[in-house]
Design a protein around this ligand. Sequence first.
Ligand code: BGC
Length: 382
Amino acid sequence: MKKKVLSLLLAGAMVMSMLAGCGSTKQTDAGAGSAAADKGSDSKVEVGVVLPTKDEPRWLQDQSQFESILGDAGFTNQVLFSQGSSATEKTNVETLLNQGIKVLIICAQDGAAASAAVEEAKDAGVTVIAYDRLITGTDAVDYYVTFDSVAVGKAQGQYLVDNAGDKKDVPLYLYAGAATDNNAFLFFQGAWEVLQPKIADGTFVIANSSEAEAVKDKAELTREEEGKIIGQVSTDWDFNVAKSKAESNLTAANESMKGDVAVLAPNDGTSRSIADVFATDKDVTSYAITGQDTEKASVQYVLDGKQSMTVFKDTRKLAADSVDMAVSILKGETPKTDTTYDNDSKEVPAKQTDIQVVTKDNVKEALIDSGYYEASEFTGLE
Ligand code: BGC
C-alpha cells in the first residue's frame, strides 16, 4: 500500500509538471451537484469524480479515499454526488466538463441512464472510467474499475450455506439491489450459483419469491430470469424499501417459513434494516443475514451479533486504481487492465479487485490491523 501511494505521488507530481498552468489546489466540495469549490479560481480540474449518493455510508468511504488520494497526488479534484438522480448526475458531469476535466471517474446512479452523460463527456474528448458500477449500452465507457461483484454474491451465498450446515428446509429470504444497477445482477448471479444447489438438495426452501421458486431447478439463470426475481425482491438499495419488504414478507409467511431462517441481504444498509425486522418477529428464533461494504454501523452489528457477515471492499484500492488509471491516461499511456466486461455495446477493459469476507472472528485483522478503521470506533472488539 505504501509503495502504491508513493508511486502515485511521483506520478501525480510528473503529471502536474506536464500540465502547465493547472492549479494544484485541492478541491473537495462534496455538495450535491454543487461546483462551488472551483468558482472564482483560475485553477482547472483535471479529474472529476461523480458518486451516486451521500446518503449511504459506502460512498462516503469512497469520497474520503478520493479526496486523500487525488489530493496527495497533486491533482485539483472535485467529488460530486448525484443524490439518487440521473438528472443531477448529468448536471454534475456537465459542471465538470465546463471546468475542463480530462478524465471522468463516474459511479452511475442508473447504469443505462448514465449513457447520455458519458456520451457528452466523450464528445468533449474526456476519457471515461466507470467506477464500481458498469455503465451499459454505450461505447462511451473507456475503462471500468471494479470489485469482483460476482465473488461478493458467492461469498454471501456461501456464508448462508455454511451456516445452514446439515439442516433441512431452512426458510430462505432473498433480497436484491436496485434493478438499475448492473451490480445487483452480478451479486445475485454469484449468490444463486452457490445457493441453487442447496435449494435443489432440500437445505433451503425459498420463502418470499415466486419468481425464484419458478426457476429453482436452474443452475444458471438468464438475465431476464434474474430480472424477474430482482423485480420481486429488490430493495432499490433503499433502507426503507428493504424494511417494508421484510415486514410484508414476514406478515405473509406461515409458521413453516419462520424458526431458524437464512436471509440474503444485498448490502449493509439494507441488511441492518432487514435484520431489525427479523429480530423483532417472535416466531423467528434465529436468522443468518449477509451484507457487504463494511459500513461502520454494520461492523458494529456484526460485533453485536445482529448481522452475520459483511464483505470488505477496500475502497482505498479501488480509488487508487482509478487514480492510477487517470495518471496513465494523462501521460498518454494505456492503463493496465486485467479483464473485460461486456456492457452490451463493447467489451470494456477493466481492472478488478478481490474482496474479503468479514465476520466477528476477523474484524480486527481485516479492518483494524489493515488501518481501514480505528479500534476506538467500535465496542466489543477484543
Ligand atoms: C455497490 C455496493 C453498494 C450498492 C448500493 C453497489 O453498486 O457495489 O457496494 O452497497 O451499490 O449503493
